[in-house]
Design a protein around this ligand. Structure first.
Ligand SMILES: Cc1cc2nc3c(=O)[nH]c(=O)nc-3n(C[C@H](O)[C@H](O)[C@H](O)COP(=O)(O)OP(=O)(O)OC[C@H]3O[C@@H](n4cnc5c(N)ncnc54)[C@H](O)[C@@H]3O)c2cc1C
Length: 387
């Protein structure tokens, strides 16, 4: 049994951590996150310069390569400073490079992957609908009907993050209503986002402010056949393995937040004084940071295990679900402890605890809610399906 990262992975981790310190420090991340109306293009450009959009893209298509372990290391390091702004990298990595890389035809790979790796194509995910995200198939009313040479799409998506600045939306739509089971007859499209018939409205929200999450209306939007991903009608079966990968990515983001919270809490506890002593001398606050350190270790082990299973091509459905549920619960609790440790400064927009808390709070809700995650875990360990 070996719990260590390989030498190559350690070298990558050290390089990325140095890059984060110098290129995207927390003070900058705090400023970038604040403005609801200003997408952080400068951050996107930093990722482009560093070659991070090419991580996970095959070298044959101009990428850097990099398996799920590399992606996990990068996600953790970015979120330590960026919190939820790590999605500025993660969304296109998931909705673009992974989706095209896994389900794309050769022609689609040649057309899109080099652009993604070069930071010239931004992608967003359009799965959730106003009718509900947990029962995503039950609520799926966006439909695509056959037309000459393609499909015509009508419907509405919600929370489609960064779609207002995206070039493409990875869209889930129903293409056949005449099916026995609702997971049949659904199809994935890679829809050009800037075209007639698509109306995008950003929504105000608690965290992840500057990345923008939007309501997207599709009215008679034509999508040619060459932008269908995978086999029409079969999207659900294709998506399932990649959803594990998304959960591993969320686990890495949550761990990055826990890292950021812990280092900020420790540093404040050494400086801030009360009753003639540093507040770090008080046992109740020591218990808070001890808890955060325990969660850090726990999530690291769960994350490494789930990512390792996936890197070996083994099933990691149960492990990635357990990781996502535990990591998001722990990240929120860690940030809440962090706010408490900093007292009033923890509530201030001039420190990062409130930002970590606001951003991590989302991960208990999405991409899959923790209630649904627990439903699936219960089913996977032998109980009857509850939903
Ligand atoms: C900031 C933000 C960004 C997002 N970005 C994206 C994006 O880019 N693309 C995208 O497609 N989606 C995105 N989402 C959507 C996200 O995936 C959904 O919010 C999530 O899946 C939950 O769906 P819902 O909000 O419709 O809640 P609902 O499905 O309405 O659930 C409401 C509550 O009921 C609970 N519930 C539902 N069914 C069950 C059950 N069977 N058992 C127990 N409890 C249950 C849920 O756990 C939840 O607590 C984003 C959401 C937010 C808030």
């Amino acid at each position: 049994m070996d719990f260590e990262l390989s030498e190559e992975h350690r070298a990558f981790r050290d390089m990325v951590n140095r890059w984060v310190e110098t290129e995207i420090p927390k003070t900058w991340a705090r400023e970038l996150e604040r403005d609801e109306h200003q997408y952080p293009f400068a951050l996107w450009d930093k990722f482009t310069e560093a070659g991070f959009h090419g991580i996970g893209v095959d070298e044959a298509y101009g990428g850097q390569g990099g398996d799920v372990i590399i992606q996990m290391i990068l996600g953790r390091a970015l979120a330590r400073s960026l919190g939820g702004l790590a999605w500025v990298w993660g969304l296109t990595s998931f909705a673009g490079s992974k989706s095209i890389g896994i389900y794309g035809t050769n022609a689609q790979k040649q057309r899109f992957l080099p652009e993604i790796a070069a930071g010239k194509l931004r992608a967003s995910i359009g799965f959730t609908e106003p009718g509900g995200g947990t029962d995503v198939l039950g609520a799926l009313s966006t439909n695509a009907v056959r037309a000459d040479g393609g499909w015509v799409i009508n419907g509405e998506k919600i929370w489609c993050t960064s779609s207002h600045v995206a070039d493409y939306i990875l869209l889930l739509a129903r293409t056949d209503r005449n099916v026995e089971k609702q997971h049949h007859g659904v199809t994935l499209f890679f829809v050009p986002a800037k075209q007639e018939g698509i109306e995008i409205t950003p929504l105000l929200k608690l965290g992840l402010r500057s990345v923008g999450s939007c309501q997207v209306h599709f009215k008679d939007v034509f999508v040619p056949d060459e932008l269908v991903l995978g086999e029409p009608g079969n999207a659900w079966y294709m998506l399932l393995p990649t959803l594990n990968n998304e959960r591993i990515m969320v686990g890495a983001f949550c761990l990055g937040v826990i890292d950021g919270v812990l280092e900020d809490a420790l540093s404040y506890m050494k400086e801030r004084r009360a009753f003639g002593r540093p507040i770090g001398a008080f046992q109740s606050l020591q218990h808070y940071v001890a808890d955060i350190a325990i969660w850090q270790k726990q999530i690291e082990l769960m994350l490494h295990h789930a990512a390792w299973l996936q890197s070996q091509g083994r099933d990691c459905g149960l492990e990635s679900n357990m990781l996502k549920v535990t990591a998001s619960d722990c990240a929120v609790r860690a940030a809440d402890h962090g706010i408490q440790i900093l007292g009033g400064m923890g509530y201030s927009a001039e420190t990062d605890m409130q930002r970590y808390w606001r951003d991590a709070r989302l991960w208990r809700i999405g991409p899959i809610s923790n209630e649904m995650g627990r439903n699936v875990i219960a089913e996977q360990i032998g109980l009857p399906r509850s939903f």
